[in-house]
Design a protein around this ligand. Structure first.
Ligand code: 5GP
Ligand code: MN
Length: 346
C-alpha cells in the first residue's frame, strides 16, 4: 500500500506560491532541475498512458543529454512497450534514492496515491511538478500547472527548451506521443493553436509520427475477444443520455485478456450517438474503477469528483472502494445530479 501523507510532504518540501505566469513557471521548473546536482527521479501517474510515458521519456532524455543522472521508474503497458529503449525505464523504486529530486509529470504530486514509480511519502528532497489537470493542488518546490494545455508533454517541450537541452528525434518522438494521446490525434476541442505550433516544432525536430501511430494502432487478438464480452454488458441509461459497459475478471479470463486491453473501450463507447456520458466500469470484485467521458456541457469530472476521483472535464475517473452492486446506485445518483445541473445550464 502506498503511503498517504500529502500534507506532511507539502509542509516539508513545498510551497504554495501563486503562479507567476506560464513562461515564468516553466523557467522556474527548468532552473530547479538545472540547479539540482543529484539524481532526478522522473515519474508520472499510475496506469500510465501515452502522455505519461511520453512526458517521462522526453524529459528523461533531455536531462540525460545534459549529463544528469536520471531514474525513470514505471510499469510500462504492453501497448507502449515499443517506445523505451533497453534500460531506459526502471522498475518501481522500493527506496527513495539519497539526494534525489522528484520530477512528477502529468499528475498532481500532492496525490501520492496516483503518483506511480516510487513512494512519495518517503521523499524529503525537492519536488518539481509539470501537470495539466485542473484538480491539481499546486504545491511543489517548483511547478507549472496549466489546464489549458491539452497534454503534459506539450509543457515538457517548453521545459526542454528552457533547459537548453539539445533537441533530437529521441526527445521529440515521445513528446509527440504524449500530444497524440491526449488530443485524440489532434481531434479534440482541447487542441489550441499553440498545440499545433508545439507539434510543428516536434515534427521539425524529427518526431516519427508515422512510426508512432503504426505502433499504437496494433491491437492484440485478446483485445477483440474481450470487446465481444464487454459489448454484451452495454446498456443505455438515464433516458439514453448515458452509455455504460462493465468488465470483470471472469470476462478477462474467457478472452485470455488483461486489464490493459480494456483501456481504450471507453473511447469506443463515447461514440454512441445521442449520449452525453460514457462510463466504463472496471469491476475488481472488492472495488470498482470508473472511466468517464463526457460531451457537451456534461462534466465527467463532476461525476468523478462526486465519487472521490478527479481528472479533466471531458475525461475523468474514480475508484470506489465498494463492490459493483453497492457502487452502481452511487454512480447513478452522481450522474442524475450532473445531468440535472447540465440541464439547468441549458
Ligand atoms: P482514465 O479513465 O483514462 O483512467 O482517466 C481519465 C482521466 O481521469 C485521466 O486524466 C486521469 O488522470 C484521471 N483519473 C482517472 N482516475 C482517477 C482517480 O481515481 N483520481 C483522480 N484524481 N483522477 C483520475
Ligand atoms: Mn495528460
Amino acid at each position: 500500500m502506498k503511503h498517504r501523507s500529502p500534507f506532511i510532504l507539502a509542509q516539508m518540501t513545498t510551497q504554495n506560491l501563486p503562479s507567476q505566469g506560464y513562461a515564468e513557471d516553466i523557467q522556474r521548473v527548468a532552473a530547479a532541475l538545472l540547479a539540482h546536482s543529484g539524481p532526478v527521479v522522473v515519474m508520472a501517474h499510475e496506469n500510465p498512458d501515452g502522455d505519461a510515458l511520453g512526458s517521462v521519456l522526453g524529459l528523461s532524455r533531455a536531462l540525460r543529454a545534459l549529463g544528469k543522472t536520471v531514474i525513470a521508474p514505471m510499469t510500462v503497458p504492453q501497448y507502449l512497450a515499443f517506445l523505451p529503449r533497453e534500460g531506459e525505464i526502471s522498475p518501481p523504486l522500493t527506496e527513495w534514492p539519497a539526494g534525489a529530486l522528484a520530477a512528477v509529470l502529468d499528475v498532481d504530486n500532492n496525490d501520492p496515491v496516483r503518483v506511480a514509480g516510487a513512494d512519495l511519502g518517503s521523499l524529503s528532497g525537492p519536488v518539481v511538478n509539470i501537470d495539466h489537470h485542473g484538480t491539481n493542488q499546486r504545491r511543489a518546490t517548483a511547478g507549472v500547472v496549466d489546464p489549458s494545455k491539452p497534454a503534459a508533454a506539450m509543457m515538457v517541450a517548453d521545459v526542454v527548451d528552457a533547459l537548453g537541452a539539445p533537441w533530437s528525434e529521441e526527445i521529440a518522438t515521445p513528446l509527440m506521443l504524449g500530444m497524440l494521446t491526449d488530443t485524440g490525434n489532434f481531434s479534440f476541442d482541447s487542441v489550441t493553436p499553440e498545440a499545433f505550433e508545439t507539434a510543428a516544432r516536434l515534427r521539425a525536430h524529427g518526431a516519427k509520427i508515422g512510426w508512432l501511430t503504426d505502433g499504437l494502432r496494433q491491437n492484440s487478438p485478446s483485445y477483440y475477444l474481450l470487446l465481444r464480452e464487454v459489448l454484451g454488458t452495454m446498456e443505455f441509461t438515464h433516458g439514453g443520455l448515458v452509455v455504460m459497459a462493465r468488465v470483470d475478471e471472469a470476462m478477462l479470463k474467457r478472452a485470455g485478456a488483461t486489464w490493459e486491453d480494456v483501456e481504450s473501450y471507453v473511447g469506443l463507447l463515447r461514440n454512441a450517438a445521442g449520449t452525453k456520458l460514457a462510463v466504463m466500469v472496471k469491476d475488481y470484485a472488492d472495488r470498482v474503477k470508473l472511466s468517464l467521458r463526457s460531451r457537451g456541457n456534461v462534466s465527467a469530472q463532476n461525476v468523478a469528483v462526486a465519487l472521490g476521483g478527479g481528472g479533466h472535464v471531458p475525461a475523468a475517473g474514480a475508484t470506489v472502494l465498494q463492490p459493483y452492486a453497492a457502487t452502481r446506485p452511487l454512480l447513478d445518483a452522481a450522474i442524475d445530479t450532473e445531468l440535472a445541473r447540465a440541464a439547468l445550464e441549458e
